[in-house]
Design a protein around this ligand. Structure first.
Ligand code: ZN
Length: 203
């Protein structure tokens, strides 16, 4: 499977001048919603990811995704693994488990995102699950931006990665792009305005 081709084919690998959820700037943006809008593609990607997770041998009771970004990927992954799916969402800036969802003490939960960049939202979702007594057994995403080391990946964990080093990260492939601090961004220097695609803090 060539994940990059799938993103390009679905118009999900954007080029321009983007503000990432971290606040940094980039020439590229992965709009996973454009890939996942096709349920057949979403299903195919989830099956690929589920196979990687199954072959690792880890045992999972439940998938949890941080809304909104992780919902479709997480739901499809839960379907492919035949397990339960729940989600956390931001309320007043805090990642919370709402809507009557509950987690049993010791329940083994895998966090699933569409894309893992530094893993900030995924980690917050994990902390909320732990607050309910659940046990985080790992993290997963369709694609990894290359800041966190994934199982089978070639990139080492960058200092900006927020995920715990003792838990596995599963992703189908890595996408690595240059990112720039807004104070030192060559695209800003070219004079083009930066835009913030739909993401955290921007619906
Ligand atoms: Zn810029």
């Amino acid at each position: 499977m060539n994940l990059k081709e799938i993103y390009i084919h679905n118009g999900a690998l954007l080029e321009g001048h983007f503000i990432l959820s971290s606040g940094n700037h980039s020439r590229n943006y992965l709009q996973s919603a454009k890939v996942l809008e096709n349920p057949k593609v979403a299903e195919m990607l989830a099956i690929e990811l589920a196979q990687m997770i199954k072959s690792s041998g880890i045992e999972i009771d439940t998938i949890c995704s941080p809304a909104l970004g992780g919902l479709l990927a997480g739901y499809e992954l839960a379907r492919a693994l035949g397990i339960r799916f729940i989600f956390t969402e931001r309320k007043d800036g805090e990642m919370q488990l709402r809507r009557g969802f509950s987690v049993q003490k010791g329940e083994r939960v895998l966090i699933c995102e569409d894309i893992i960049t530094t893993g900030g939202s995924a980690l917050e979702a994990g902390r909320e699950i732990e607050r309910f007594g659940g046990k985080i057994v790992g993290f997963s995403a369709i694609a990894n931006r290359g800041f966190c080391k994934r199982i089978g990946g070639t990139f080492e964990t960058d200092k900006t990665c927020k995920l715990p080093k003792d838990l596995p990260l599963f992703a189908i492939d890595d996408f690595t792009f240059e990112i720039y601090s807004p104070n030192n961004c060559p695209i800003c220097a070219e004079g083009t305005p930066a835009i913030k695609p739909g993401s955290r803090g921007n619906n």
